[in-house]
Design a protein around this ligand. Structure first.
Ligand code: NAD
Length: 362
């Protein structure tokens, strides 16, 4: 692999290689773009087959964070870190503290948080060595992001309903929910409260049954949820479930849910959905409540302000669907455009400052 060429192709400002022989730490920190502010994004720990695979993952994930923060209106850039190792067997205090020292050495250009394979306890170890960590349990921590994520998804879903049906009321609408985990539980509660009919499924049937008992939902088998006749299909489980095999099965007018990376191929699957006349709320936009929650920790956690921001996902989704329609593009292309335009505009302000001639003393 041409490392520098690959990094340039992804458009990164900086990639930090963290290696500590004593603790066995092997990690990459990817800082994609800091035009809007410090790069915030979680640390993933994964048993990557090769160093190259880990590098590509950090590049891909950190670039995604730039777009997510920009569209969400946050004053943050995009960053992410990956630690190479088995999250079940390779974790120890020394490793996370060594990693924390690398983060500290960046003096706030990168701020970390939890991600797949890392936990609150790991963040507490990192925090011993650096202030640039969020998602901690200690005082000032933002706690579980799922309620805020779900609140944002709920408002994004209402925007989709308004765009599709002319009314944002979900009362009487049928919503097929894939997954009965953290986000789904809070989301289903908002939906049922508004009078929607929620059908839920989970590979762990007891989780789906529990949710159904609590809220009065219907349960179906996991392999049925994507072909159910409904108004909204809401993915709240794993990624890549919207693909060329499943799109023909969908019997909904809207896809809107909290799961990350819902499309197997963002562009071609996006166009397949468009051909079928299904409105899609881009995943990284509608699930940005979790990022808003953790971002608030950077300036001093304020739950009321966070919920107001998450409610704003309604307007963001509405703009994206409108722009996509006006320009005959897919919603994810529209949201990428909005992100790139915001970054370009703010980047120009920076350039204006940079271009002010220095006043010379003589
Ligand atoms: P979770 O693990 O609590 O819930 C996911 C649920 O999906 C689990 O109950 C699991 O059994 C179920 N599931 C897995 N495969 C399934 C399948 N094929 N069919 C039906 N159910 C299946 O996770 P979560 O925190 O609720 O997150 C859900 C999704 O939202 C993930 O993609 C996550 O990356 C994304 N997300 C979460 C947050 C957050 O704040 N928690 C923020 C942004 C994005």
């Amino acid at each position: 692999m041409e490392i520098f060429q690959t990094i340039q192709d992804y458009g990164h400002e900086q990639v930090v290689i963290c290696s500590d022989k004593t603790s066995g730490l092997k990690a990459y920190i990817g800082i994609h773009n800091t035009t809007l502010g410090p790069a915030l994004g979680g640390t993933r720990m994964w048993n990557y087959a090769t160093d190259e695979e880990a590098l590509i993952d950090v590049l891909r994930l950190s670039r995604g964070m730039t777009y997510k923060a920009a569209v969400a209106g946050l004053n943050l850039g995009g960053g992410k870190a990956v630690i190479v190792g088995n999250p079940h067997t390779d974790k120890n205090e020394a490793l996370f503290r060594a990693f924390g020292r690398y983060i500290q050495s960046l003096h706030g250009r990168y701020i970390t948080a939890e991600d797949v394979g890392t936990s609150v306890a790991d963040m507490e170890w990192i925090k011993i060595e650096t202030d640039y960590v969020t998602g901690v349990q200690s005082q000032g921590g933002s706690g579980d992001p799922s309620p805020v994520t779900a609140f944002g998804v709920y408002h994004g879903m209402k925007a989709c309903a308004k765009y599709t049906y002319g009314s944002d009321s979900l009362s009487g609408r049928t919503i097929a929910m894939q997954g009965a985990g953290n986000v789904a539980r809070y989301l289903a509660a908002h939906l049922v409260k508004e009078g929607a009919k929620v059908i839920v499924s989970d590979i762990y049937t007891e989780k789906a049954n529990k949710l159904a008992d609590e809220l009065g939902c219907t349960v179906v088998e996991p392999d049925k949820i994507m072909s159910i006749d409904c108004d909204i299909f809401s993915p709240n489980a794993l990624g890549s479930i919207i693909n060329e095999q499943t799109i023909p099965e969908l019997k909904c007018a809207i896809v809107a849910g909290g799961a990350n990376n819902q499309m197997k191929n963002e562009v071609s699957d996006g166009y397949l959905l468009k051909q079928r006349g299904i409105n899609y709320a881009p995943d990284y936009v509608i699930n940005a409540g979790g990022l808003m929650n953790v971002a608030s920790e950077v300036v001093g956690y304020n739950q009321k302000a966070v919920l107001t921001s998450a409610e704003g996902i309604y307007g963001i989704v509405m703009n994206i669907l409108t722009l996509a329609n006006d320009q005959n593009i897919i919603p994810s292309e529209a949201s990428n455009k909005i992100a790139e335009e915001r970054i370009a505009k703010i980047g120009k302000i920076h350039n204006v400052y940079n271009s002010i001639p220095t006043i010379r003393g003589n």
